[in-house]
Design a binder for this molecule. Structure first.
Ligand SMILES: [Fe+2]
Ligand SMILES: [Fe+2]
Length: 306
């Protein structure tokens, strides 16, 4: 699907140019230079031709294995994300430089996680490669319609990805210092990406609150972790949620709460009729979500019948 920018989106994009430049420079002022090859204990590996993979190589709960698998395949899909960002960014706009920086930083995530996965033998390399081939052949990533949609979506996604990597690291065995450390480095990069997009959305709200309000409501209500092209995604997502790594509870508390708190949509003034409707829709989505979270919490607190 070819995404075309509407005239409204083009205006917002043009007006955001100084903010993109400011936030890009801020990003560069605090570099997080780290080398993927230094994060791995290369001598700890064993060739798979000498010994086939077995779950006992690295005992882990299913939900943690699923999380590593889904997170890595999501990072593998980078070419299609870059394609979407590039298609929506004129080459003469400062956002083009940001896209290049972002792609360069994201690229090391799949490299370092895959190296660790193969050396530590924490997940089945055959399952992983089969999943990668299926997912990447589909070339499926979310396709936001407008630039406002794009930045709202990516702000949420960067935050969600940060939480998913961080919580996966915390669920690894304490003695896997290498795994915990490298997933922490990846989560740190996602934090910086989140801060860029979060503050770009804030600048967008200051310029055109109505356009941003409509985009925010649409992206929050449709938000899902990117992974629908991954074989068995629903099964893996359920396991990941059951393990307490990432599910609707984390989405509501760790992603939506801070982002909506900053957007402060309840106090926006002089909204267009469309944007007023979007504000109500968003409030309804948030209310439904918190009901679901409460229901789930009550269900898991209920004693299991003997
Ligand atoms: Fe990443
Ligand atoms: Fe990121």
């Amino acid at each position: 699907m070819v995404t075309r920018l509407s005239p409204r989106s083009t205006d917002l994009l043009t007006e955001l140019a100084p903010d993109v430049e400011r936030l890009f420079n801020r990003h560069l002022e605090a570099p997080r230079l780290w080398y993927p090859h230094e994060q791995i204990d290369w001598g700890a590996g064993t060739a798979f031709s000498d010994r086939a993979w077995s779950p006992t190589d690295y005992p882990l709960p299913d939900g943690v294995r699923s999380s590593i698998y889904v997170n890595l395949l999501t990072e593998d899909n980078l070419p299609y994300y870059t394609n979407t960002l590039t298609r929506m960014s004129p080459s003469t706009h400062p956002i083009a430089d940001w896209n290049h920086q972002w792609t360069m930083e994201e690229n090391r995530h799949a490299m370092v996680i895959r190296d660790w996965v193969h050396i530590s033998r924490c997940i089945d390399p055959v399952l992983l490669e089969d999943g990668r081939r299926v997912q990447m052949f589909q070339a499926k990533v979310p396709a936001p319609e407008t630039f406002a949609d794009l930045i709202c979506y990516v702000a949420l996604q960067e935050r969600a990805t940060q939480i998913a990597h961080r919580n996966t690291a915390a669920h690894l065995p304490k003695d896997d210092k290498i795994g915990r450390n490298l997933l922490g480095l990846v989560a740190g990069d996602e934090t910086k990406h989140y801060l860029f997009y979060r503050d770009l959305t804030l600048a967008g709200f200051a310029i055109d609150p109505s356009v941003m309000m409509v985009a925010a409501a649409k992206q929050v209500s449709a938000f899902a972790m990117p992974g629908t092209g991954i074989p068995g995604f629903t099964r893996h997502a359920v396991r990941i949620a059951k393990e307490g790594i990432y599910g609707i509870g984390q989405f509501a508390r760790d992603v939506l709460d801070p982002v909506l708190g900053l957007w402060d949509v309840g106090h926006l003034e002089n909204l267009s009729p469309d944007a007023e409707r979007a504000r109500l829709d968003l409030a309804a989505v948030v209310a439904r979500l918190s009901e679901s979270v409460e229901r789930l919490a009550a269900k898991s607190a209920r004693p299991v019948p003997a």
